[in-house]
Ligand binder design. Structure first.
Ligand code: SF4
Length: 161
């Protein structure tokens, strides 16, 4: 049953300061759904195989209910841990993955006020700037779900990705 009064019922403040902390400096994963792959490969004018070979890697994704520990498709990062698409800013901004598009309104981040505050320790945009309504926050969650499941290695092999 849907939580009638989540901690973010009155909205949450967030405005990106473009500090790049979430796309540079530290190792991290940007997992891709089929929709993300389609958008990115299209933006790069590449087919799936070429795009995956050039810009992606397989990494172990955390297990979630119904999805055991598995290898999923993620963007590569440079040797200095910058996102492979970072160059004086995001070079694929209009085709960026839903994970980037919806941050910080991810299920795991808004699951509790503690998780939200924890995310704020790494992102100066959290708890400042624009007030996002509950509806806007839940629209981000819906966008994440609508992007579809992450691409896992086993199903990608079957489909020849
Ligand atoms: S860490 Fe937060 S403020 Fe910095 S670029 Fe990422 S979303 Fe924006």
């Amino acid at each position: 049953m849907m939580n009638q009064s989540p901690f973010y019922a009155s909205g949450l403040r967030f405005s990106c300061t473009r500090c790049s902390a979430c796309c540079r400096y530290e190792s991290g994963f940007v997992f891709l759904s089929e929709k993300d792959l389609s958008l990115l490969a299209g933006a790069c004018k590449m087919d799936y195989t070429g795009f995956v070979k050039t810009y992606c890697r397989w990494v172990r994704a955390p297990a979630t209910p119904g999805n055991p520990d598995r290898e999923c498709l993620s963007l590569k990062e440079k040797s200095n841990f910058d996102c492979i698409f970072w160059n004086q800013g995001c070079t694929v901004y209009h085709a960026r993955p839903v994970q980037c598009r919806t941050f910080p309104f991810w299920q795991q981040v808004i699951s509790s006020s503690g998780a939200w505050e924890m995310a704020g320790t790494g992102c100066p945009g959290i708890n400042s700037g624009e007030l996002h309504t509950r509806e806007e926050i839940e629209a981000c969650l819906a966008a994440g779900r609508a992007a579809g499941p992450l691409i896992d290695r086993q199903s990608a092999c079957i489909r020849g990705i």
